[in-house]
Design a protein around this ligand. Structure first.
Ligand code: FEO
Length: 400
């Protein structure tokens, strides 16, 4: 059985599936695994584009050998130095000692820092070309999508863009690497979760990269994670344009923390109000049950956001506090916001949630609700009213 697959004209997919790791970057759940994609171009010169996580180096080197049959790799092109892609560089260099590493100035800072490699380097800058024979490569810098050294490689002959993390998804590849051969139904949500968690802070750099790459004719997008995009290129580019501008669909995320159920009852009532205000797409998340990465993904998806928290030691409920940090770090813009909370002897959470919305410069829908002791009839009415105003505000604006 062949372990390798051809994408085009002597260009091979040599990536691997990781179905073992529980947590990407040791904190993001991987219910469907993840792939680390690497690509090999065999011509008068042999070029490898990125490597894989070191845990899979054995399998990866076997794939290369199956194609190359003792032939050398001449160039390793390093589009991104994060260890999920660069992890096998040291072992690759041992296996192919004549290897020259192609990167930019920043790439080589990382290369020295991670691997103490400082020789046999080929430095490229914006628009540099590298001829392999029939295949010719061009390089474009894409800083902060997702690290500062990131660049992308464009293969001119077949119009293939090797895009580093951009357009990547969580999810291992089931039997093929090509979008046309895969059931993509689970990949769209996982692509947005990947964007929200990994790239989401860098909206403007992503916009810059999209603008620059928009001038290139592209027949394949080969990311470092997930499917190779061929017949879905227009869709994935459009999604990246929307997410990097923080554009969202008509819908509302209600997320709450609750110790004994009172704040949850508030959330339920807010959700009823939202639906009666005219919005059907309502997602309610218990922050103690749903991993924050899935909540963030929904916050990138929908225009409305309502957050509820009990007061805990005079502060926000810890998991809500952590979620606010994640939202703030990503600079999420243009949301319609509401908040609510509960307390028993001293209020605190609602003031902090209100201040959070102000710092994010979001439009506010309705009046924040602050419930004391058990869920009261007054709070019930106020939560419904606030939800209804949220639903009406989202109905009137935003995308479909
Ligand atoms: Fe898949 Fe930023 O590494």
């Amino acid at each position: 059985m062949s372990l390798t697959k051809t994408i085009a004209d002597n260009i091979y997919y040599v990536g691997v599936n990781d179905r073992q790791k529980e947590l990407f970057e040791n904190y993001l759940p991987l219910p469907q695994g993840v792939s680390y994609n690497s690509y090999l171009i065999v011509d008068e010169k042999v070029a490898l584009i990125d490597t894989v996580d070191i845990s899979f180096a054995g399998q990866f080197l076997n794939k290369l050998e199956e194609i190359l049959n003792r032939r050398d790799v001449d160039y390793l092109i390093v589009d991104h130095m994060e260890p999920d892609h660069a992890g096998s560089i040291g072992l690759l260099k041992n296996r192919y000692p004549n290897l020259q590493i192609v990167g930019n100035k920043k790439t080589f800072d990382f290369l020295r820092g991670y691997f103490a490699i400082d020789t046999q380097l080929v430095e490229v800058t914006e628009g540099s070309h590298l001829a392999l024979g029939k295949h010719e490569l061009a390089f474009y810098m894409a800083p902060m999508v997702h690290w500062p050294e990131v660049m992308v490689t464009y293969e001119i002959t077949n119009r293939m863009l090797f895009s580093a993390d951009a357009f990547g998804t969580f999810g291992a590849l089931n039997g093929s690497f090509l979008d046309a051969d895969l059931d993509l139904s689970t990949f769209w949500d996982e692509m947005r979760r990947y964007y929200a968690c990994i790239v989401g802070k860098y909206g403007q750099p992503t916009q810059n990269a999209l603008k620059k790459l928009g001038a290139l004719p592209i027949q394949r997008i080969c990311s470092t994670h997930g499917p190779v995009w061929s017949n879905q290129i227009d869709k994935v580019v459009k999604l990246y344009e929307q997410w990097s501008r923080y554009e969202a669909e008509k819908g509302v995320v209600v997320v709450y923390g609750s110790m004994y159920g009172n704040t949850q009852l508030m959330a339920e009532r807010v959700a009823c109000g939202i639906v009666d205000g005219g919005v059907k797409n309502v997602v309610v998340h218990n922050v103690s049950k749903t991993d924050a990465s899935f909540i963030l993904s929904d916050i990138f998806k929908y225009q409305g956001l309502v957050i509820g928290s009990p007061t805990y030691m005079g502060e926000l409920y810890p998991l809500i506090d952590s979620l606010l940090t994640k939202i703030r770090e990503r600079g999420i813009k243009n949301r319609i916001y509401g908040c609510f909370g509960s307390h028993s002897w001293a209020t605190g959470a609602v003031k902090k949630l209100t201040a959070f919305g102000e710092t994010m410069n979001w439009e506010v829908a309705g009046v924040p609700v602050d419930n004391k002791y058990g869920f009261s009839a007054e709070s019930n009415a106020q939560c419904y009213e606030m939800g209804k105003m949220m639903g009406e505000s989202v109905s009137k604006s935003g995308r479909n």
